[in-house]
Ligand binder design. Sequence first.
Ligand code: ADP
Length: 678
Amino acid sequence: MSAATLLRDVFGFDAFRPGQQEIVAAVTAGRNTLAIMPTGGGKSLCFQLPALVRDGVTVVISPLIALMRDQVRGLREAGVEAGALTSGNTPEETDAVWEALEAGRLKLLYMAPERLASGGVPQMLKRAGVTLIAVDEAHCVSQWGHDFRPDYLRIGDLRRELGVPLAAFTATADAETRDEIIEKLFGGAEPEVFLHGFDRPNIHLSFAVKDSPRQQILRFAEARRGQSGIVYCGTRAKTEVLAQALRETGHNSAHYHGGMEADDRRITEARFQQEDGLIVVATVAFGMGIDKPDIRWVAHADLPKSIEAYYQEIGRSGRDGAPAEAFTLFGPDDIRFRRQQIDEGLAPPERRMADHGRLNALLGLAEALDCRRHELLQYFGEEVAQCGNCDLCDKPAEVFDGTEPVRMALSAALRTGERFGSGHLIDILLGGETDKVRQNGHDSLPTFGVGKAYDRRQWQAIFRQMMGHDLIRPDPEMHGGLRMTDRARPILRGEETIQLRADTIRAAKGAGPKIKMLVSDEDAPLLSALKAKRRALAEAAGVPAYIIFNDKTLIEMAETRPATLDQMARVGGVGAKKLEHYGMAFLEVIAGEAEALHPRRRKLAGKEAGSVYDQLLEAQNSLVRGEDGTGKPMSCTASVLARLAEAHPTDLGGIERIIGARHTERFGTAFLEILQGG
Ligand code: ADP
């Protein structure tokens, strides 16, 4: 499998981060390497991915036991055979690792450096077919550094004994440490060293809110007539339309996407390489292997997938070091589209949550308050001063103190159990008496109607900026219900203030016609979840997705949200057979909180304890973060709640015996009220 495929399928990333690709190539090729990357820059991928491509086992030496265990767990979840030998292991765990190693099943073996001290380890590693040594936190070999680990000095001997390449990683870049690493780990033989900042100072960065996207791109291209450029689009169809529009205004332009014949693609690639001033309008399929030094600009007609993808795509311009430009359009539809892509994917919930976080980072860049380069590089762990070469350095953004509206929005999310999307929360803030607001009793919340100083579109812009600051993320397990992140806490507590951009909020006022959508904003995440379920079932059964249910049926499900099989049967397109085969699976998706339809709850169906359970669950949901909504999230498992409903204690002592003291502190009183009342 190619590196790009592994990156996507095993690690779930859509692009390399700055520096990773070159390092991965060198390590995979078996060259001795020393890579210096900032913390959080993504070093682990630089040995994990090569380990999968190469034959044999890669030994990873790392001083941090907790980190090793985390990585091993992550790799195993991704289906990679990995194990760790650390002092934290139980004897059984250690036996299991050696066994897997001897059986030739392991791809990655993590080891604490102390292990190297026990005799026989190098021989065993040799027998096990180790073909690469990776050393994390390589600066620990430096006697003068504060992280010195004497056992790291044994790594050099191990390398000589095994006669395999070594890849060393660290975030500490000073020249002295570097020399010491080279001497101690590589025996003084100069490895290939990767140490470059990630900044591409010659590329001017700018973003704009979409208002008339095609015109915006045409205007941008017009001002750069005769220069080679790339326009990236979100869909194949758009590449053709936009290339045509560019030709009609007298540009030399061609489209490119993965659905074209291989020959046609090669022709366009060759033309781009040779012709001066050709504009290629393309999907992200265009780029790998494009090696043209004088691409003068890259424009995004649609928001890229992630901040990593953005960096990689704009990085194709200006390789010659001469001035180049990156121009990116974004709008609410793009964000919805990217969120949907994440929610419709089959990745596990934590990974989707992380993807939403990475998309948030890109939104943060799009609506940055000052210097974009500062914001971009900070994400990759590098600090730069104001760059003087981005639109916000050219013309500062207009900002205002947004603490008050942000706190209102956070409070609306918290008081509704972090289970709703922005549409419903905005209804609450605006005091809209919708059915959903009334059914949920949200018209009696203290936040009901407090946000009338802004209109709906402005609130949407505020929510968008809150995501850009990563204060809230859609929770894939709650169908896009917005969940507060730790970053939001100080703002909610009144310890920190937050600046928002005034210009993009103003631009939102009454802007543009509303685009047509399959379902409302509020139902969109559920529709995505239903589609993901459909895809999983279709893949398992080896049939096309529409055979399970067609789109129209799923849309109706998302809108009517049947809660029982009887109600489900009334949805158009759900016949008796399909109800029997798939009804339950889709009901569970709709119930969202898997807990509500938890097998433990189903056992209580029809009993009095069933309705007690529901009341307990509801009380718990409103207290997940405590009375004032700022506590650590806490909840009881479904089986504990079920036990409580069945045992039905009527004093705090009885409750505590079932749910424990810590949970009683949070939920005891509320639960008691329900249990005494019932
Ligand atoms: P380091 O060891 O350099 O401090 P890690 O290897 O732990 O950093 O990576 C930091 C974070 O970056 C992790 O959450 C990882 O999942 C993420 N990451 C690494 N590479 C990529 C990539 N190519 N795209 C997106 N996220 C990435």
